[in-house]
Design a binder for this molecule. Structure first.
Ligand SMILES: CC(C)(COP(=O)(O)OP(=O)(O)OC[C@H]1O[C@@H](n2cnc3c(N)ncnc32)[C@H](O)[C@@H]1OP(=O)(O)O)[C@@H](O)C(=O)NCCC(=O)NCCS
Length: 186
């Protein structure tokens, strides 16, 4: 029988017994494919992860797995994308994040995001971009990118394209985001 994780704390501070967040390892790759295929009900995200891994945009310490009782049940990836203005600035993209359907809504996705953000803050990038659900990401400090002159390359609703600044002075950046070709079919 599956052991239910015991969750303590409120939305912002959840501690889940026996849950570990750690960088991915080679032995996790097949499980990461499975988690993404099941969570998204399509194969595009798993393919995206594999393409990013093979590219110079990959950041191993920011491809994280959630492990519960030795079982990999969630995954998040951050990788480098470009902010194009007069100069090109490397920024971070949060994509994708997935938790096995039977473990969703227990705080695991939030823990993956928060752990990733803590690691991202130690890197040089000025900001993180996410294209995602407008109710989920603002709780981690993401704001509407359009309000800061950061444009999406895709025609998406403004409230789904969000930015989190990693330093106060990075709010001065403006420009248009450019995703590497790995993202073409997502
Ligand atoms: C998004 C995802 C990783 C969140 O993981 P999780 O472990 O369920 O997250 P948490 O339990 O920490 O938080 C769940 C909250 O996020 C909300 N949420 C997150 N993504 C959502 C989405 N795409 N649509 C609707 N609600 C979403 C849930 O409604 C819930 O809100 P609540 O706290 O007000 O109840 C998980 O739901 C998942 O794998 N979804 C399928 C893949 C996906 O859509 N990935 C994100 C693309 S933007």
């Amino acid at each position: 029988m599956r052991k239910e994780p015991e969750i303590k704390g409120d939305r912002d501070h959840k501690t889940i017994n026996n849950l570990t967040i750690r960088p991915e390892e080679l032995k996790d790759y097949a499980k990461i494919v499975l988690i993404n295929n099941l969570a998204f009900a399509q194969k595009n995200e798993a393919k995206l992860i594999e393409k990013i891994r093979q590219s110079d945009r990959y950041i191993r310490e920011l491809s994280l797995v959630a492990v519960l009782d030795n079982k990999v049940i969630g995954h998040i990836m951050f990788s480098y994308i470009d902010l194009i203005a007069e100069e090109i600035t490397k920024v971070l993209a949060l994509a994708p994040v997935a938790v096995l359907p039977e473990y969703q809504k227990q705080g695991i996705g939030s823990l993956l995001v928060k752990t990733g953000l803590e690691i991202a803050e130690k890197l040089e990038a000025p900001m993180i971009i996410v294209l995602g659900h407008p109710k989920f990401y603002p709780r981690f400090g993401f704001e509407l990118a359009v309000n800061y002159g950061i444009k999406s390359p895709f025609d998406v609703p403004n409230d789904t394209f969000m930015v989190k600044f990693l330093a106060q002075n990075s709010k001065n950046y403006r420009g248009k985001i450019s995703y590497p070709s790995a993202f073409n079919n997502v």
